[in-house]
Design a protein around this ligand. Structure first.
Ligand SMILES: Cc1cc2nc3c(=O)[nH]c(=O)nc-3n(C[C@H](O)[C@H](O)[C@H](O)COP(=O)(O)OP(=O)(O)OC[C@H]3O[C@@H](n4cnc5c(N)ncnc54)[C@H](O)[C@@H]3O)c2cc1C
Length: 514
């Protein structure tokens, strides 16, 4: 997949260099930072200061361990700098614009057209990101007792990591080097130029025409946001469905929403090459039926998946097995093939999310430092794609259950039947909950709704707490809330328990007690 190396910003540089980014850098990569003299030996050395590394370092130090943390670029990793935080900030602005343009539907004469001042949107994002960055700052971690080292870390042996000529000897280490955008090998792409998540948040001007390459979560979220900012957006997906692993009904709803907003969607379509002519990028496409087309654009955003950062870490020297696609090979306890070395986060997990990086780091701390036996496979992992409507999921999909030979019953409630969704004008979507056939054990759920990311947490809680769907029907939900959709789906389950036999007994009782 990755034939082209993406343009990596120089370590510690963030563009544009305005006061917000200077504040960010002062927190997460302070100029003039002096790496400390290493301790003779650490309980824990952490490679990479993204979510997984920060949680590992702070948690280990909090429990009294002697900890070193190594970061080559910016503390906070992808989530803070080029992932969740900037993308959700942009999405918020894009929703405001959309809502203003939809104001008439609510009887509100906004007098405006929701026009977006893109430089101001980006500045807001930079300001908020800088404000949040104090939490991940080098100073904060130093104050927690962590030795913070900036520089490229690599193993120099089975119990040593080297950074900037200093040797950090460890009893245990956690590799938390994350992942990066996979850049497809397409003729002409590198010469034409493109942006990935590492560079798109540095834009200061809105590309009038944007081609988004890949309809995964990142591609879908940013395609919609940029469309709402005013770009002409073309979204290209090789497969037949958006968000390939999601429930097909959820993907279909999002597809319809994208078309309604004027996003040009091309499914079953491959990018064959890219050329430059007359100052514009020309993206050449071929669909599954062999039809060819060319789309002229101003910018190309790559959202074609993520690959783990495993190169140049000296993993062979440390006896840590890995592969370029799957990352560090770990067992269910997150231990690598070197028993001293664990991994956490995007570099080893299938589910590449901030909350899984966080959860994995907590597992790694317990297992590495305290003989814990916590398993990754025991985690219940929800996720959400923050489009509008949002698509959130936890547990099994119906097709997964089928593949595993588990029979399921599915209970569904459409948002159009939920009072709060109706009065909010947010009727698009549904709650679908799968239970083991004949029982109420929740196996999984998909929610499509404007606030699905908030709503899914209730189902995660039920799964983790072993609460069945029948019990959810008895949980009083404030009226009117969109989360009532969950209770109503649960009531649909309860109604199935009213068998003709039970009905007959109840009828007999009522007859007797009339
Ligand atoms: C655009 C976008 C939006 C996203 N939105 C969401 C979202 O809404 N919700 C969600 O849950 N997840 C989201 N994610 C995913 C989330 O950002 C990642 O899952 C999370 O950041 C993973 O954390 P990590 O610690 O494993 O890796 P990272 O955050 O990638 O951190 C790894 C760190 O290791 C450092 N490093 C690498 N190699 C070395 C080395 N040799 N020496 C020293 N340091 C090194 C890197 O510089 C980096 O700072 C999003 C991702 C993207 C790209």
């Amino acid at each position: 997949m990755e034939a082209i190396r993406k343009p990596v910003p120089a370590a510690g540089r963030v563009f544009p260099q305005d006061r917000h980014n200077l504040e960010l850098v002062a927190n997460v990569r302070p100029h003039g930072w002096e790496n400390p003299d290493p301790a003779p030996r650490y309980n824990m050395v952490v490679l990479g200061a993204g979510t997984a590394g920060l949680v590992t370092a702070a948690g280990s130090a909090g429990l009294g361990a002697r900890v070193a943390l190594v970061e080559r670029h910016l503390m906070g990793g992808d989530c803070l700098n080029v992932g969740c935080v900037p993308s959700k900030s942009l999405i918020r602005s894009s929703r405001v614009s959309f809502d203003i343009r939809s104001a008439d539907r609510y009887g509100v004469r906004s007098g405006g057209n929701g026009a977006v001042d893109f430089p101001a949107v980006m500045e807001r994002m930079r300001r908020l990101r800088a404000g949040i960055s104090g939490h991940d700052s080098a100073e904060r971690f130093r104050s927690l007792g962590v030795d913070v080292f900036f520089g490229d870390g690599r193993f120099a042996g089975p119990d040593t990591i080297e950074v900037e000529g200093k040797a950090l000897r460890f009893s245990k280490a956690v590799i938390a080097t994350g992942a990066r955008a996979a850049v497809p090998s397409v003729h002409g792409l590198a010469d034409a130029g493109f942006v990935t998540n590492e560079t798109v948040f540095s834009l200061t001007e809105l590309p009038p025409r944007l081609l988004v390459f890949g309809a995964g979560p990142l591609g879908c979220e940013l395609a919609q946001a940029f469309r709402r900012f005013g770009s002409e957006v073309t979204l290209i997906e090789r497969g037949p469905q958006f968000l390939a692993r999601e429930d097909p009904d959820a993907a279909a709803l999002l597809h319809a929403a994208f078309l309604a907003e004027g996003i040009e969607v091309r499914l079953n379509t491959a990018v064959t090459s890219v050329s430059v002519a007359g100052g514009e990028k020309r993206v050449h496409l071929r669909d599954n039926e062999g039809s060819e087309d060319t789309v002229p654009v101003d910018e190309i955003l790559i959202g074609a998946g993520r690959v783990p950062n495993v190169e140049g870490l000296g993993l062979e020297t440390a006896g840590v097995r890995y592969d370029a696609a799957g990352g560090i090979a770990v067992d269910d306890f997150l231990r690598s093939t070197n028993p001293r070395v664990y991994a956490a986060g995007d570099v080893c997990l299938r589910h590449k999310f901030t909350h899984t990086a966080d959860a994995a780091a907590r597992i790694a701390i317990q297992n590495a430092l305290f003989l814990g036996q916590k398993k990754v496979s025991a985690l219940t992992v929800p996720w959400c794609t923050y489009t509008d409507p949002e698509i959130a999921h936890v547990g099994m999909y119906e097709r997964e259950a089928r593949e595993r030979g588990i029979a399921v019953d599915t209970f569904e409630k459409k948002m159009s039947g939920v009072d709060r969704a109706v009065v909010d004008g947010e009727e698009e979507g549904f709650v679908k909950i799968h239970v083991r056939k004949g029982g109420d054990k929740i196996l999984g759920a998909t929610i499509v709704a404007r606030h699905a990311g908030e709503m899914i947490n209730e189902i995660s809680l039920a799964i983790v707490g072993g609460i069945g769907l029948g019990a959810l029907a008895n949980v009083i939900h404030s009226y009117p809330t969109q989360a009532e959709a969950i209770r109503q789906a649960a009531e649909a389950y309860n109604r199935t328990r009213l068998t003709p036999f039970v009905k007959k007994i109840l009828g007999g009782w009522l007859e007797l007690t009339k």
